[in-house]
Write a protein that binds this ligand. Structure first.
Ligand SMILES: C[S@@+](CC[C@H](N)C(=O)[O-])C[C@H]1O[C@@H](n2cnc3c(N)ncnc32)[C@H](O)[C@@H]1O
Ligand code: SF4
Length: 363
């Protein structure tokens, strides 16, 4: 079973980010962790006990997990430990500024074995433009600390397609990651999300026909090719690993449409074909951490999710979920080399075309 734990606190709000995270609610941190413990006990441990399941992965994400003192995670780990599977993957996200040596070491000692840094770029000018609160040196130091502590599985998040980006600038980021000996890169193409500072700025820029986002497919292809040439295999539209062992088992589980549990403000779970939503507001969540809204998925919903997620990644899609009419369209796509079939699974040859391929087949 997969478990996601959401931490909705950040030290500063990045200009592009619409995640459920706040810079002004630090006073609530301890109450929030207590609420997490209640939800874990009532919703999660009970579920694991009755279903007789173990946890294969835990992902502590946010927001910024490194804004919470490591000691505050101790009780959570103590509660969950009896349910750890033998080779459990436990990832934490971290911001290069707040993930000090001590914080990382304490998390490592608690059992975290994978760390994902929100680096975004090693270029100080771009970091400022994105509204990040760290610089190149902080990022390099945080990564070196992680290596010295003994983290073997390290990821760097990079954002590309930002105004003023070009191939050379992103290539430099990838080269720095390579030199630092990191095994995994998540490279996200910038999304201008509603409610962010970038969204507001974009509206005024629109009048001058400029954009904060570079929508350049050629740039994506060039970056993917470059990553391949330096040994990073693309296993999802935005995820690249030097070796299978560095892939995120947790995220891979999502793409395989596995069931997952989730705790924290705005966290989502998927169990028994139902999606369960915790309260989004941090204050409301603290008041009532076990409250969930439920949405039932019908067979069509599940099918289209399997197709979309499978075509965005190396997971692929099992042929037995398709109708005869859809199988005929898949045959057409095989003829023109858009997809390929192996052992009754259809794989998409180009993850950037996942939406088009899915629409064509399911239409
Ligand atoms: C929860 S954050 C990672 C941890 C930590 N909060 C940090 O940023 O340092 C998850 C990642 O999502 C990506 N992200 C967030 N908003 C995005 C956007 N609008 N467009 C592209 N990537 C985005 C960033 O790369 C970010 O590192
Ligand atoms: S990108 Fe990370 S640090 Fe920045 S606001 Fe979003 S969650 Fe917080």
């Amino acid at each position: 079973m997969l478990l996601y734990i959401h931490i909705p606190f950040c030290d500063s709000k990045c200009f592009y980010c619409a995640f459920n995270s706040y810079t002004t609610k630090n006073k609530l941190k301890e109450n929030y962790i207590n609420a997490l413990k209640i939800q874990l006990k009532e919703n999660i441990l009970k579920h694991l006990k009755t279903s007789n399941k173990l946890l294969n992965t835990i992902f502590i994400g946010g927001g910024t997990p490194s804004t919470i003192d490591a000691i505050l995670y101790k009780d959570i780990f103590d509660m969950l430990k009896p349910y750890f599977s033998k080779n459990i993957e436990i990832t934490t996200e971290a911001n290069p500024n707040s993930a000090t040596f001590e914080w990382q070491k304490q998390m490592f000692d608690l059992g975290v074995n994978r760390i994902s840094f929100g680096v975004q770029s090693f270029n100080d000018e771009k970091l400022k433009f994105l509204g990040r609160n760290h610089n190149e040196n902080n990022a390099i130091k945080a990564i070196q600390n992680a290596k010295n502590i003994g983290f073997n599985s390290i990821n760097c998040d990079i954002i590309y397609g930002v105004m003023n980006d070009d191939f050379e600038l992103i290539k430099k980021d990838f080269d720095t990651i390579l030199t630092l000996g990191i095994g995994h890169i998540s490279a996200y193409s910038l999304i201008i999300e509603e409610g962010t500072k970038f969204h507001l700025n974009e509206k005024s820029l629109n009048k001058t026909k400029q954009s904060l986002k570079i929508d350049d497919e050629e740039l994506s292809y060039k970056l993917f090719d470059y990553l391949k040439s330096i040994g990073f295999e693309q296993y999802e539209i935005a995820n690249f690993a030097k070796d299978d062992k560095f892939q995120s088992k947790h995220n891979f589980g999502y793409w395989e449409h596995k069931e997952y549990l989730g705790v924290g403000a705005g966290a989502v779970a998927y169990v028994n074909k139902k999606r369960e939503y915790s309260q989004k507001s941090v204050e409301e969540y603290i008041k009532n951490p076990t409250y969930i809204d439920t949405e039932e998925l019908n067979d069509e919903d599940v099918k289209s999710e399997k197709v979309l997620l499978g075509f965005r990644s190396k997971v692929g899609v099992a042929l037995d979920i398709f109708s005869d009419k859809e199988l005929k369209k898949i045959d057409d796509l095989v003829q023109i080399d858009k997809v390929c079939i192996a052992e009754n699974i259809v794989y998409n040859n180009n993850f950037l075309l996942a939406d088009e391929v899915s629409l064509y087949i399911l239409d």
